[in-house]
Every structure is written in structure tokens, then in C-alpha cells.
Design a binder for this molecule. Sequence first.
Ligand SMILES: O=C(O)CCC(=O)C(=O)O
Length: 266
Amino acid sequence: MPKLPNRNPAHYPQEGFCLFHNILNTQEIIEVRKELDAMLANLPERQIVYKDGKNKEVDARPEYLTEPHPKHTFWLELCRHPRILDAVEEVLGPDLILIMSHLIVKRAEDGLAVAWHQDNTYWHSVQGTDVTTVWLAIDDTDRANGCMQVIPCSHEGYPELDKVSTGGDDLLGLSVKVTPEMESAAVCLEMNAGSLSVHDSFVLHGSEANTSGRRRAAYTMRYANTKTVQVDTTGHWVPVYVVRGELSNPNYIDIRPGQQLPKQMP
Ligand SMILES: O=C(O)CCC(=O)C(=O)O
């Protein structure tokens, strides 16, 4: 019997993730898809990606649309959408910074798998554990098109697990070793477009390749509690934006409600 994902934000600290249904409405999702389709139509031929622990040049793929928010107002505006921030506030509290984002699109019958990993262990400029990722479904997602999978409670104690090279054709090129018992506890985060999950930055998660005839697109937005997490802005590759609550660091950019969005980086 498939395990049902946690939908109660009160259980997030223990489970390490939570599902929120229907956060964006149909019209909002149509607009998101329009922006995404325009980006997909303009993919470069080659791109530099971080894979297997180093930067490499590869044929461009839509799984690697990293950090659109400092470059396009549309994505930055989405990162401060009040209903998305309400979900984040439920698990991280009211003082929130946006630290990264990434569009991950798995084309029909071609989308890459994402091996088991812990996000936080890749982010050396981020100090602290109150960090969460919003994974917004832009398309309906299920096991066949490579939905996210999470191993509940695997963040407990915030262990930094060793990584090994996958040697395979997956998004990261690295994987954390997971026992069959751990893997059998994994939960599939199947959801309709407009729903989202949030996951702790230490919880083990990944996804399988897209073997279906349907696209699987998602927008991941990464947030932290600005009172307990420090970001070294000199070593961080994108600006840090205050989206809600206290303005704690003069190096962060204030985009709280009512603030004009800054000019976009080229
Ligand atoms: O979209 C996926 O399949 C993986 C996403 C992921 O690893 C993340 O959001 O940290």
C-alpha cells in the first residue's frame, strides 16, 4: 500500500517535509507555464552545470534552468507570492529570506533522474539548518513522470552523509548511499499542478527519470529563517532577498510586500 505524504505542517519538524494542495490557481499556473515555455524555446546549445562535484560544460538541458529569479522579474515576483510565503512561514516562521531557485523540467520520456541527496551539503555559503525548499508543481506529477520522493525523518540530527559518484546520467552525478530499508520508507510526492511541497534542507530526497509521455516541470524556491541562518553574501552566487519579516542584514535585498523589485541582472 503506498504511503501517504504528510500534509500537516505541525509534523514538518519530525517528518522533514509537508505537502500543501492548490496554492496557485489554474490561471496562475497558465501564466507560469507561458513564462516557462518562453524560456524553454530559448535554451542555449551548451551550458555550464555543477555535476559530480565540479563545473562542466554540457549540452543544455531543461533540468538545469538554475537561478531564474535575479534575471527575470516574473520568477522573483513568484518567489514572494503571498500564498507561497504563507506555506513557508508555517514551517520556518515569519522572518524569511529567499536564497536560491531552480526550474527543473523533465521532458517527456527523456527527463533525468535525481539521485538521493541532501541539499544543504552543497551550499557552503549557508550556515544553519532552518532552510527549506518549496517544490512547486508546474505540471501534474506522479511516479511515472518522475515526481519527487522523500525519505521521511532522514534529516534527524542533521547528519552530513557521504556522497559517491553515480557514474550515470542523472542530474547531480553524486548520490548519498541509501540502504534498502531506508529506500523502502520513501514517499512519492504526487500532486496536481499548483500544489507544492516543502522539504528540509537535510532530508534525503530524489526522483526517478521521466519515463512517461508527459512533461514534468517544477520550480524550486529555497528559503531560510533569517534569524537562525546566515548567508555569506561574498561567497554566495546570487543575491539574498528578504521576502517577509525582519530586515536583519544590510547585504540582503529588501523585496518585502510594497517594495519595488530591483532591476534584473543581465
Ligand atoms: O525536481 C526534482 O526531481 C528534484 C528536486 C530537488 O532535488 C530539490 O528540490 O532539491
